[in-house]
Design a protein around this ligand. Structure first.
Ligand code: SF4
Length: 412
């Protein structure tokens, strides 16, 4: 599609438009939206989530297309039709991965869906691969560094929430800690920047550490899968909440794993195809830097009695034993490696979230579960399909069956 066939997001629009953002990771995105405000972008996180969203998606996206595309586009259309936003002052933000997977092309599906009823609404591509640019939205080095920090803080908050919520003695204490941490992050941003990282990590850890918890160990259930369905409560029908309600501790690998996976894939390409260029060198540097930052968070977690996430090199080692790091379509080797590492470290019950229409996920997740089980016979991997016709009841019954087979709560 040529640029002049659709309306572009211009510098002037930056001052006048509200940018709608689809909801994937609510807490991470809430922090990111505050950060973007600092750079002059007025963003709103979409929270519409009723069946209407799926129905809107089905009207504009072929039902053979992957489910995340259908939901993201449905959520945008539902919001535009709600009357809440002035159409001539609204823009939409969507990610483009730039890889071989279909996520690079959601943007074209979205523009097609907008063409009849909302031709005046511009779509902004958020990408790190130069797939598309617009005058009004430019990622600066400061913004990228800020985004990286938001991911670390978001991951830390998510990890701590899941490790406190199942054990809280006073109902709601963990949610209070969560809200206080979010307010703290907003305040840091408003005051000009995040400031000292370690100080912020400590604040967040101390807040959650102050939640009084019972000393038992509930069954841990890992969540892996295609990135959108794995994290988005809209897509996975509030999977984390459901597991908490059923007396489990959800273990959700952080978004930083996916970022590192994307960076490592560039480095691996250089090794596999025998080339070295500016991009592979920058990625190597970035990888070392982010891993060091990740290590700091993990060390602080461990020091305070929480379970840290896996070191990324551990995931790569696991991938080498189970699959090949050249398998990089969609979430590729990362899902297999996450299943292996979870099983190895005692989170043997794993829910593998499978969106309809996702070929890569079927291969690297469901398709690899036998290989993971051969290596870790105690692993209990359940693949749950998410699609427009799948009912909550069906998904929850399968999860309940899995939970029924898990050993009971233990004292620690
Ligand atoms: S990973 Fe799966 S769901 Fe995501 S874009 Fe690719 S095919 Fe679609």
């Amino acid at each position: 599609m040529e640029n002049n066939e659709y309306v572009m997001f211009t510098k002037e629009m930056k001052k006048t438009h509200t940018i709608l953002v689809p909801n994937m990771l609510p807490n991470h995105f809430k922090i990111i939206i505050r950060l973007m405000k600092k750079y002059g972008y007025n963003m709103v996180l979409l929270e519409n989530s009723a069946r209407r969203v799926v129905d809107e998606g089905l009207k504009s996206v072929h039902n053979d297309t992957c489910y995340p595309a259908l939901l993201v586009i449905g959520q945008f259309l539902d919001a535009l039709k709600s009357g809440e936003y002035e159409l001539d002052k609204t823009a939409l933000l969507i990610t483009q991965t730039g890889g071989g997977c279909r996520a690079s092309n959601y943007i074209h599906l979205l523009r097609k869906a907008l063409a009849t009823d909302f031709p005046e609404v511009p779509v902004i591509s958020l990408n790190f691969s130069n797939t598309e640019k617009s005058d009004g939205f430019k990622l600066t080095v400061g913004m990228v560094l800020g985004l990286v920090n938001c991911i670390f803080y978001g991951d830390l908050i998510m990890t701590l929430y899941n490790q406190c919520k199942p054990y809280e003695i006073c109902d709601g204490d963990t949610d209070i800690a969560l809200n206080e941490c979010l307010e703290y992050m907003y305040d840091r941003i408003e005051k000009g920047g995040f400031g000292k990282r370690k100080k912020n990590y400590r604040y967040i850890i101390d807040k959650f550490n102050s939640v009084k918890r019972i000393k038992i160990r509930k069954p841990r259930v890992g969540i892996v899968g295609e990135i959108y369905v794995k994290y988005s409560p809209l897509a996975n029908n509030n999977l984390e909440k459901f597991l908490l309600k059923e007396g489990c501790e959800p273990v959700v690998p952080g978004l930083m794993d996916f970022v590192l996976y994307c960076i490592v894939n560039y480095i691996n390409d250089g090794k596999i195809y025998g080339f070295s260029n500016m991009r592979t060198r920058i990625c190597s540097l970035l990888y070392r830097l982010l891993r060091r930052m990740n290590k700091t968070v993990n060390e602080l977690l461990e020091k305070n009695g929480f379970t840290p996430a896996h070191d990324f090199e551990e995931l790569r080692k696991e991938a080498d034993e189970l699959i090949h790091q050249g398998v990089k379509m969609g979430e590729g080797w990362l899902i297999t490696a996450e299943m292996g590492c979870l099983a190895k470290s005692g989170t043997e019950n794993i829910v593998c979230t499978q969106p309809f229409g996702c070929l890569p996920n079927h291969i690297v997740a469901k398709g690899m579960s036998r290989r993971v089980k051969e290596k870790y016979p105690q692993a209990n991997i359940v693949a749950i399909d998410y699609d427009p016709s799948a009912t909550n009841v069906n998904q929850e019954n399968r999860l309940k069956l899995m939970i029924a087979n898990i050993g009971s709560t233990q004292k620690v």
